[in-house]
Design a protein around this ligand. Structure first.
Ligand SMILES: C[S@@+](CC[C@H](N)C(=O)[O-])C[C@H]1O[C@@H](n2cnc3c(N)ncnc32)[C@H](O)[C@@H]1O
Length: 270
């Protein structure tokens, strides 16, 4: 069995921090060891040192991305934290905007973006918002983005989607695809996916009316966390809605925010 030496752990630690902003305190050494050991065995790598050379070099063959995937979690599901979607529906029904632009900023497999698409399509059908609505979904993992673009999900993942919405917005698989559902093209055409590293400066993408930055801040240290929050909030219009995970507390940042409810904020004009 390969062993992650202290000196090699520190090299992994700074590589992950400098490139993707991920924070692995010393207590996470056993976790890195446990998550990466099976991958080393699968690749026939003799040591963590050899694996480090591979992922930090120019010809990693996509292995660096694999390491990020193994060290973070992509867990997500449709209508996670439903109170956020209820709040969004309430706010939009009150404002009745002609156009709505949303960013799902750590989208994982796309569940959050497609849940929002279902909600916006419903609001459009009820005449609460205009025809012009769209969603941008980004993540650092190519693997989850490829899957999100396919938009095929085990029905289990759709457990929080009402039967009525499933009928309207999902195509049920049959035969070998039994138990799977694909999001309807009329929603898929409203969602664009792209690769984006939140821990680095980014081009202008917005301004957005709504931003979801949920369940990703946990990976960053305090300094990176507030930089990421301010960077993301610079893409939100004043008055726009900002969602983080309900268990993530109030974000420490320089952008003025008004708390609305757990994990939900409004950006104030500065
Ligand atoms: C737990 S998922 C959250 C998915 C969704 N927002 C939700 O709440 O269900 C966290 C996602 O953050 C992504 N991620 C981690 N570090 C990132 C970074 N530096 N930039 C962009 N995405 C990152 C991971 O690839 C993963 O898909």
């Amino acid at each position: 069995m390969t062993v992650l030496k202290e000196s090699t752990f520190r090299r992994f630690q700074s590589l992950m921090h400098e490139t993707v902003g991920l924070d692995f305190p010393h207590s996470k050494r056993p976790l890195i060891n446990a998550r990466l050991s099976p991958r080393l065995a699968q690749l026939g790598m003799p040591s963590f040192e050899a694996y480090y050379e591979l992922i930090s070099g120019p010809n990693d063959g996509g292995e660096f991305q694999m390491t990020v995937d193994l060290l973070t979690t992509n867990e997500t599901y449709f209508f996670r934290e439903p109170a956020h979607y209820e709040l969004l529906a309430k706010e939009l029904s009150r404002e009745r905007p002609r156009a709505v632009s949303v960013w799902s900023a750590a989208s994982s497999f796309g569940d959050e973006a497609y849940s929002t698409a279902m909600l916006l399509a419903d609001l459009k059908a009820q005449g609460q918002i205009g025809e012009d609505w769209q969603i941008l979904a980004t993540d650092i993992s190519d693997r989850v983005l490829r899957s999100a673009m396919q938009a095929v999900y085990p029905e289990e993942r759709l457990r929080q989607v009402s039967a009525e919405r499933r009928r309207r917005y999902c195509l049920r698989g049959f035969g070998p695809s039994e138990g799977l559902a694909q999001i309807h093209p009329k929603l898929r055409e409203r969602v664009r996916f792209g690769w984006l590293n939140l821990s680095k400066p980014m081009e202008d993408l917005g301004p957005f009316d709504v931003i979801f930055l949920r369940n990703v801040l946990i990976y960053f240290d305090a300094g990176t966390k507030s930089q990421v929050v301010d960077r993301v909030l610079s893409q939100l219009r004043p008055g726009g809605l900002f969602f983080i995970g309900t268990a993530e507390g109030r974000p420490v940042c320089n952008t003025p925010l008004q708390a609305i409810s757990h994990g939900a904020f409004r950006k104030l004009a500065s």
